[in-house]
Design a binder for this molecule. Structure first.
Ligand code: NAD
Length: 257
């Protein structure tokens, strides 16, 4: 394993351009369930792939809204884990570091990551389902059945997240694509690498010459093309990455005597 770490850290001088793409797996150790690992608890009987769609919201807005309210409540009760914190620390040490996430939980920011490209929106925000503009909860009009309506047009509010089959925020996606094409090293962490277009980012980076690293307890469709792989939980692997990085790149900077 040390040989793998040496290979990875050798590609990570402080001057490197680094992109890290994260998925639901990085928040698993904070207690937020992923989509494709076995579900537990109250909502175990519902398939996220069925609930997280515009069609589901049109069919049964209350069911979808309640599911997101449950996820919001779950999110309020958890904290960033050691993996989120290690990425925030790496960002402080590598100036050209870009964090791209598919997660909607906001835990990277809470852990101190200064800039995060959120490809799939943010769980805490709502938007008008007709006008597509973000509406502050305090301005929303409550409806009779416990939902919220837009103060401007009266349409229902929905979470400001990207549902299956919807377009990603244009600016966030084009920024992520540009960074993937330019980077020296691309990390794919805690993502099943099957949800497009995010799943194409590691492939694109590799195609443009980046060194591709995957961190995941399981194999994914991109495992075969990775230049280095660390099988494990991101809450353990990322702090170890940071430790290895410090050993290689900070060992020269002693007290200066
Ligand atoms: P996914 O559920 O498809 O896959 C999760 C991946 O994480 C799997 O490959 C799994 O092996 C890996 N994993 C599980 N535990 C891990 C750990 N401790 N450390 C590292 N990896 C671990 O998730 P995805 O690829 O992100 O894509 C699905 C969609 O799910 C995205 O659109 C995302 O918005 C949404 N989602 C987000 C959250 C969140 O915000 N926390 C939670 C669930 C789903």
């Amino acid at each position: 394993m040390q040989a793998e770490w040496d290979k990875i850290t050798a590609h990570l001088p402080p001057s490197a351009r680094v992109v890290v793409l994260t998925g639901a797996g990085v928040s698993e150790e904070s207690g937020i369930p992923t989509f494709r690992d076995p579900q537990t608890g109250l909502w175990a009987q519902y398939d996220p792939m069925v609930l997280a769609t515009a069609e589901a919201f049109a069919r049964d807005p209350k069911l979808v809204w309640d599911w997101y309210e449950w996820r919001r409540e779950a999110r309020r009760n958890v904290q960033p884990n050691a993996g989120h914190r290690a990425l925030a620390e790496l960002a402080q040490n590598i100036p050209q570091f870009v964090l791209v996430t598919q997660n909607i939980d906001g835990l990277h920011r809470l852990a101190g990551s200064p800039e995060v490209i959120e490809l799939h929106g943010n769980l805490q925000r709502n938007k008008c389902s007709r006008e597509n503009v973000v509406i502050d909860r305090a301005r929303a009009r409550p409806t009779e059945n416990g939902l919220l309506a837009c103060p401007n047009c009266g349409a229902l509010l929905r979470p400001d997240v990207v549902w299956f089959g919807e377009m990603l925020p244009r600016e966030a996606l084009s920024c992520a694509i540009g960074e993937a094409e330019r980077c020296d090293v691309f990390f794919s962490v805690g993502t099943s690498a099957v949800v497009e277009p995010a799943a194409s980012l590691p492939r694109l980076a590799k195609q443009y010459g980046a060194f591709l690293v995957e961190i995941n307890p399981r194999e994914t469709p991109i495992s075969g093309m990775a230049d280095a792989t660390v099988h494990g939980k991101s809450g353990e692997v990322l702090p170890e990455l940071m430790r290895q990085w410090r050993l290689r790149w900070l060992k020269q900077s002693g007290p200066g005597e």
